[in-house]
Design a protein around this ligand. Sequence first.
Ligand code: ZN
Length: 281
Amino acid sequence: MAEKTKKKETKKAEKTSAKKITEKSAPSKSEMKKSKSQSDLSAVNKLRLLYELQIIDSSIDNIKTIRGELPLEVQDLEDEIVGFDTRIKNLAHEIKEIESNATQRKIGVETAKNLIKKYEEQQKNVRNNREFDSLSKELEYQNLEIELNEKIIKELGAKVKEKRREIDATKTMVADKKIALEEKKHELNEITSETASDEKELIGRADEIKNLIETRLLTAYNKIRHNARNGLAVVTVKRDACGGCFNKIPPQRQLDIKLSKKVIVCEYCGRILVDSDFENE
Ligand SMILES: [Zn+2]
């Protein structure tokens, strides 16, 4: 019978790991009896320390978030600039090909013009109508050849113009991106140098506090913080609700939290709840 009850209790305790650890870390009844006022005081201090640690850890999180995005933004801009440079190179290569095509067409026009001159001379010395007609057909063909080539040359010229415009536009974009890149790099350097000392100080203070908090409670804190989306393990009561998950807290529980005599966790999200007055301390 006793075994069964024990099992049941274990199962219940396992339901919320945070709760389990908290319960374990709470002082035993005999300890409470030993020196009630002293244990009350240490409970308040414990909670205050936890809350202070939370604020420091959140500040460190903020620094990491700000710095964490900037290197990515710098990388993105550098990649974009490389991409644009490649586009400019490709466009320049395409222009060269088009221009060489146009040169061939121009040679074609000159060749046709020379042939026309030659056929016109020959027409002056024909022996019969058949020869004259044959040369006329050749002349007609060469004139069409000139017309076609000139049309294509015009089209190629337009294409080159369009590609040059694209190069200019891309160069403008590259210039803008380079300015943005310099700004981001500067910003990153400033933040890194600015926050480096802040971060070091915060980590130092966090370490000091961690030394004052018992290991089991600290482990629970870290576990809750790790699982919480916003990195919050210790929250205050806000408008009768948990400051972490915003679920309503029953009045009796709120009273217990206000007394700060033990570690109380939110029954919905498992976060450690502290009195809202802690915010002003
Ligand atoms: Zn909650």
